[in-house]
Design a protein. Structure first.
Length: 422
């Protein structure tokens, strides 16, 4: 039986595995390295975060993004976005060098057993471990607006469903959302000859500012320090002090997790969107239905905040509407395991100070912990704190043993209760 099974091989899973190996744990890692980045993002996209804030984490800080880029003859510079393909290749390089061999099979089920857990791989083989770190990324948590859910995938898709956008050349596409995924997807569509529009609930699009120079007068840095989530003391707190964020009252954490760093486009995509993409703001889809006839497509009925109703027709809708990380979407957990997880008010699983869920020995990482540790968990930057802290928690759990039943998650009130995952 292994000490730790890491489920998922994205930035968080690989970082956790590297620190676990450094701590001498008997380790197994299952998952396709950087699968989301390789298989679920269109070619031509760029990493929104700064290169220096996009490192995967290893105990010796050897396998950094700038080191990989230098080996490819590219300088990773502040204020210069990194191509998605390069970041995905960096993650694979990290996996080869900083992590024990990764088993690329997908885990289909995690079940509690005596002394730990049993995971079933896609081919039916089982792996047993005393503890599990679930680092499944964002894909289990895809969110599509309710009005669109009744339409088939030929008419409606999520932005994460596409590794390329070639199928939309010469067609008419409506992208729903006002964040980076929506705006960069729209830019790529326009640049390949697709007739594209963006439909957003906000009254106007928000754009991130060009980052200030890395070297600047001390008083400017004191006023608005750089951080892995952008400039300013508030962003610095979210990025650099997730442990302190975890100590905030749960309602405060939930409010910040839901509102901080809201939808916005990167500064470098603005000039690609504004001249080329029709933008319809202040509108929400109220109803959607398939068009009959030779042309096919979708009719979208929208409503403004003032109650004005409008409609448009399009051949395909791409919902760039983000992700909602709730307990009931952790479908790979056996009902006996998922159904025992304590949940926060927003439906996400409660985690303790070392990322351990309410079920002893089950640790969680990434987006699913954003309500516990803050906005940094939505970005690669949060992987370093997570890996270091979670592996400490695993070692504590291994020393203590894995009692049966549900554990108490420190800092979680009785009112949060237990939310069933089925």
């Amino acid at each position: 039986m292994y000490d730790l099974l890491v489920v998922g091989a994205g930035p968080y899973g690989l970082s956790i595995a590297s620190h676990a190996a450094g701590a001498g744990l008997r380790l197994r890692v299952l998952g396709r390295p950087m699968a989301s980045w390789r298989d679920h993002m269109p070619r031509g996209m760029y990493l929104k975060s700064e290169p220096w804030a996009s490192n995967l984490s290893d105990p010796d800080d050897r396998w950094r993004l700038d080191t990989y880029c230098a080996g490819q003859g590219v300088e990773a510079r502040h204020g210069q976005p990194i191509p998605l393909e390069m970041f995905a290749a960096y993650g694979q390089w990290f996996a080869r060098n900083a992590v024990p061999e990764v088993d690329e099979r997908t885990v289909t089920r995690v079940t509690p057993v005596a002394g730990g857990f049993e995971a079933v791989a896609e081919d039916g083989e089982t792996v047993r471990a005393r503890t599990v770190a679930l680092a499944v990324g964002v894909l289990p948590f895809v969110e599509i607006p309710g009005a669109l859910r009744g339409l088939g995938p030929d008419l409606v898709s999520h932005s994460s469903h596409h590794s390329d956008l070639d199928r939309f050349r010469g067609r008419d596409v409506t992208v729903i959302g006002g964040g980076q995924a929506a705006l960069e997807t729209a830019a790529l569509l326009a640049e390949q000859g697709t007739r594209v529009r963006v439909l957003a609930r906000a009254e106007q699009l928000n754009w991130n500012d060009v980052p200030p120079p890395w070297e600047r007068p001390w008083w400017r840095s004191a006023r608005a320090p750089h951080s892995g989530l952008g400039c300013g003391w508030r962003n610095w707190f979210y990025a650099e002090r997730p442990g302190l964020f975890h100590r905030l009252p749960e309602p405060t954490r939930a409010r910040i997790a839901a509102t901080a760093l809201g939808p916005a486009g990167a500064w470098w995509v603005r000039d690609r969107v504004e001249p080329a993409v029709e933008v319809l703001v202040g509108q929400e889809v109220a109803n959607a239905r398939e068009l009959t006839g030779s042309g096919g497509g979708v009719r979208l009925d929208t409503v403004t905040r003032s109650g004005e109703r409008r409609s448009l027709e399009t051949e395909h809708v791409i919902a760039a509407t983000g992700f909602r990380a709730t307990c009931d979407r952790l479908s790979l957990l056996h009902p006996r395991l998922g159904g025992s997880l304590a949940a926060l008010g927003d439906g996400s699983p409660a985690v303790g100070q070392h990322f351990e869920s309410s079920y002893p020995g089950l640790f969680l990482a990434g987006l699913v912990t954003a309500s516990g540790f803050g906005p940094a968990m939505r970005f690669v930057h949060g992987a370093t704190f997570t890996a270091e802290t979670l592996v400490r928690g695993v070692r504590r759990r291994l020393r203590a043993g894995a009692p049966t039943g549900r554990a108490t998650v420190p800092g979680q009130g009785r009112r949060e209760g237990v939310r069933s995952a089925r």
